[in-house]
Design a protein around this ligand. Structure first.
Ligand SMILES: [Cu+2]
Length: 162
């Protein structure tokens, strides 16, 4: 009986050591997958304090003809870089069109008709919008399509299409 009691603590020591070693190895593997960056930079790269994105065109409140609507993106305080290119202080544009509920800012942004990615580093696009009022907003995402922290979001502009 005494022998059994002595054996148990030894066993649990072995188990806890294994658990610690396993966790450590898993953490190292994860860091390696992401190219040796800490997890903070993977989830949300810091945004430059003065960083901003904005619409060069169209203007807020502009009345537009139907058809091809040219939209030009502006950026200040950060640089545009294609998706997959982990350059500090950079990102690529996302155009939010009539988005009612903001996406999760800690995850890669989904891609849809309403959330368009410009992962090649484009700074303009042409849109086909239905007649009526539309809300447009720009949101920068990092190389992995994750918004920065804090998110670099433009003002919402509203345009009317004839
Ligand atoms: Cu993206």
């Amino acid at each position: 009986m005494l022998k059994g009691l002595q054996f148990l603590p030894a066993l649990s020591l072995i188990f806890s050591f294994t658990a610690v070693a396993g966790g450590h190895l898993a953490g190292e593997a994860g860091a390696h997958d992401h190219g040796h960056h800490d997890h903070g930079s993977i989830q949300a790269a810091p945004a430059a304090a003065e960083a901003k994105v904005f619409f060069i065109q169209p203007a807020d409140g502009e009345l537009l003809d139907a058809g091809e609507i040219k939209v030009v993106f502006g950026i200040e305080g950060m640089q545009v870089a294609p998706a997959g290119t982990d350059t500090p202080n950079s990102g690529h544009h996302h155009l939010l069109i009539d988005v009612e509920e903001m996406p999760d800012m800690t995850m890669p942004l989904p891609a849809s008709e309403n959330i368009r990615h410009f992962g090649k580093g484009q700074t303009e696009t042409t849109l086909q919008l239905a007649p009526g009022t539309h809300r447009l907003q720009l949101l920068l995402g990092n190389y992995a399509h994750i918004p920065h922290n804090p998110p670099v979001l433009s003002q919402v502009i509203e345009v009317r299409v004839k």
